[in-house]
Design a protein around this ligand. Structure first.
Ligand SMILES: Nc1ccccc1C(=O)C[C@H](N)C(=O)O
Ligand SMILES: [Zn+2]
Ligand SMILES: [Zn+2]
Length: 211
């Protein structure tokens, strides 16, 4: 089975977080300059497009990107469709059979348009996070720019996920993905001390017995 890209393309059209560093790419040294090669340069917030949050993003003493276990970001995952709901509650999640893959991707009601920063998007309740913890989830992926409200200063959902041992992957694209069991690869870059990292997130269907 082939891999399916669930990453937002990094280009000049991508919607960044309001007020944060926009994505830019240019050929800083051209083949004409160097006589041999084109050398590109990017400028971006580490929270642009499909990315992971290191706990240090919201907690001064939290782990940095290079301290995170790479095994979190590769392995079995489940995609569930919660797109009928504006709030993701424990009750709603309890109607799905969550498998033991420890990685969960939520396909929410927010349509995938990397060029638009949405005003509102679905959020998890605190009890929903407790439920995911009880189900053994270690990595939660969402198709929204954040797991908290855009103007939140307290970031209750980030903190509660962290306290529950659940790591965060944001801005995946799932509109073209059917719910089901997959294998995920969404490795952060090896950036020392960083608060987050862009990832290339891909999934491929798992056969029934390979969990
Ligand atoms: N760039 C920002 C600037 C200010 C406040 C938040 C951000 C975020 O990127 C939030 C992020 N996406 C998050 O939820 O982890
Ligand atoms: Zn982030
Ligand atoms: Zn976040």
């Amino acid at each position: 089975m082939s891999w399916i890209d669930i990453s937002q393309p990094l280009n000049h059209q991508i919607a960044g977080w309001p007020g944060d560093t926009r994505f830019a790419y240019k050929v800083e040294y051209s083949k004409k300059d160097t006589g041999s090669v084109n050398i590109g340069k990017i400028t971006m917030s580490l929270h642009t497009g499909t990315h992971i949050d290191a706990p240090y993003h919201f907690d001064e003493s939290g782990a940095r990107v290079d301290e995170l276990d790479v095994n979190l970001y590769i392995g079995p995952c489940q995609v569930i469709d919660v797109s009928e709901f504006q709030e993701i509650t424990a009750d709603l999640l309890s109607h799905f059979t969550i498998n033991k893959s420890s990685r969960l991707l939520l396909k929410t009601a927010l349509p995938n348009d990397p060029t638009i920063f949405p005003d509102v998007f679905p959020l998890l309740t605190i009890k929903a996070i407790d439920y995911l913890k009880d189900q053994g989830i270690k990595l939660l992926g969402v198709d929204t720019p954040s797991v908290d409200l855009p103007d939140s200063k307290q970031l209750p959902i980030h903190h509660h996920l962290h306290q529950s041992g659940i790591h965060i992957l944001e801005n995946v694209m799932l509109d073209h993905v059917e719910p089901g069991d997959y294998e995920l690869s969404a490795l952060p870059l090896a950036i020392s001390d960083a608060d987050g990292s862009p990832v290339r997130a891909v999934i491929r269907p798992l056969k029934g017995d390979s969990l």
